[in-house]
Design a protein around this ligand. Structure first.
Ligand code: ZN
Length: 171
């Protein structure tokens, strides 16, 4: 067999050999309103972004519905930490071949429980009170809880309404 489009073959070979190759980077926990520009800026230090799109539920629905996960096809220069901040939101980054990294410092080779940076921080200074998300969630002042429940009810009834519309339109 003789390939006439030799340029195509050469480019494929180059993708396999050079650097860390092309990977599909999945970014979870980003609000839908986060701009593509903000995401691209956050991803850029880790390699060249070939494509950026929303992951969709493809098999369960007749029409593609975004599941909230952004997918970036990238030529990686270096590995992503499993957690990073994009436009103020803490996101979960995952892809095939990603090394396990520490939740506290983003470094590889250890987990948060044994993080040397975390120990140094705790010894040097007491933890900032407004920085402890788990503590706030556990303490949960009554006024905040009532407000949160009210918001939840509004959201769920809105979702039910949308679902009813969708079902009736489908029948
Ligand atoms: Zn660490």
């Amino acid at each position: 067999m003789e390939y006439k489009h030799t340029t195509g073959v050469i480019s494929v070979v180059r993708l396999e050999v050079a650097g860390m190759g092309t990977r599909r980077i999945r970014i979870a926990n980003l609000p839908p309103e986060t701009s593509e520009q903000a995401i691209r800026m956050a991803l850029a230090p880790y390699g060249e972004i070939m494509a950026l799109h929303d992951e969709v539920w493809s098999k369960m629905y007749r029409y593609p519905i975004a599941n909230g996960i952004r997918v970036a096809t990238m030529k990686l220069d270096k590995h992503f930490p499993s957690h990073m901040v994009i436009a103020g939101d803490r996101v979960i980054v995952s892809y095939e071949g990603q090394p396990v990294s520490c939740y506290a410092c983003g470094g590889t080779g250890h987990m948060r429980q044994t993080c040397p940076h975390r120990r140094i921080e705790e010894q040097a200074s007491p933890p900032a009170p407004d920085n402890s998300w788990a503590k706030v969630a556990a303490t949960g002042k009554p006024t905040q809880k009532t407000r949160a429940e009210g918001t939840g009810e509004t959201n769920s009834s809105g979702a039910e309404g949308a679902q009813t519309q969708f079902q009736s339109g489908n029948v």
